[in-house]
Design a protein around this ligand. Structure first.
Ligand code: DX5
Ligand code: ZN
Length: 230
């Protein structure tokens, strides 16, 4: 089973005075999903976007919108984010006391579901919930701690992508393996060789020529994948 390369522009790094136009550029250049980080100033030390931002951004792009809930108590808000127009909702596994319930709720709302896992977290909670891995569409291996764009790439990310791929195999699941944080021309070859196919990119898309950046990152991912023997 091969998983096509997807580049998901993370709007956190866009020019907020021009955010709709920048989202549109990234989408039209081949972005697969618009990635919208939601931060509550509590789970991570920053604030970003919210329910109405999702609805507003949706008017600018034809690609699916992913709400990445980097917030505490996401269970309280998943319905609001679904109603706002999210096509996928990603929760951080360490914020959900009952992860299967959260994933089932998201799916019941008619949107895709994803799980994010921080660099310092073990896999135990996923290993004991193999059934939910069959329900999710995306597993995001965070290579930074949530909060800011432009942070350095955590070196343990590469083995963690391999562990995520092994877990997917073990579960008989079919989700995309995403990497979020410091995805750029330096890190993409190692990410793709390790088994990551869903590339969430903030600074490397929104600094400079947005359309050109999306195309370059996607081509690099695809070229690497075509030379990778699995
Ligand atoms: C971090 C966010 C990322 C962020 C990545 O909290 O989840 O989506 O936008 O930014 P870059 O690509 O600049 O590391
Ligand atoms: Zn994110």
């Amino acid at each position: 089973m091969s998983y096509p390369i997807k580049v998901s522009p993370s709007i956190l790094s866009a020019d907020y005075g021009n955010i709709g136009a920048e989202a549109r550029k990234a989408a039209e250049a081949g972005g697969s999903h618009l990635h919208v980080d939601i931060m509550d100033g509590h789970y991570c030390h920053n604030f970003a976007f919210g329910i109405h931002a999702v609805t507003a951004l949706k008017q600018y792009v034809d690609i699916p919108i992913v709400s990445h809930l980097e917030i505490d108590n996401p269970d309280v808000f998943v319905e609001d984010f679904a109603r706002a127009g999210s096509d996928m909702i990603v929760v951080q596994e360490d914020t959900c006391p009952h992860l299967p319930h959260t994933i089932e709720t998201i799916k019941r709302l008619g949107v895709e579901a994803g799980i994010g896992i921080n660099p310092d977290r073990g896999w135990e909670r996923l290993e004991v919930n193999l059934d939910i891995l069959k329900e999710i569409d995306l597993l995001i291996v965070l290579s930074v701690f949530p909060g800011f764009g432009g942070q350095p790439f955590s070196p343990n990310t590469i083995p963690r992508i391999q562990q995520a791929a092994a877990l997917r195999e073990h579960a008989g699941a079919r989700f995309d393996i995403g990497v979020d944080g410091s995805v750029n021309i330096m890190t993409i070859p190692q990410i793709v060789r390790a088994g990551g196919n869903y590339l969430i990119a903030g600074s490397s898309v929104f600094s400079g020529d947005i359309a050109e950046n999306v195309k370059t990152l996607k081509k690099l991912g695809e070229d690497t994948l075509s030379k990778t023997t699995v």
